[in-house]
Design a protein around this ligand. Structure first.
Ligand SMILES: [Zn+2]
Length: 68
């Protein structure tokens, strides 16, 4: 079983990494996420990419979590 997946953050296919809810994150981006801070230059890119995971499977509850 070796179906190739593209990283949802950088779009590359690399060995290793993780798959969460059928979304693949490569090792380099996994490291970025672990070390991510709000002032990181890639923060918004990574945050948007992660939304695909967190909200991809449970769309109906996504809006109720937003506090403005
Ligand atoms: Zn990546």
């Amino acid at each position: 079983m070796d179906n190739k997946m593209s990283c949802i953050v950088c779009g590359q296919e690399n060995p290793g990494g993780l798959v969460i809810r059928d979304k693949y994150i490569c090792p380099a981006c996994e490291d970025k996420i672990v070390a991510l801070t709000v002032d990181h230059p890639d923060y918004n890119l990574i945050k948007e990419s992660l939304k695909q995971i967190w909200f991809g499977a449970d769309i109906e509850s996504a809006d109720s979590q937003v506090v403005k």
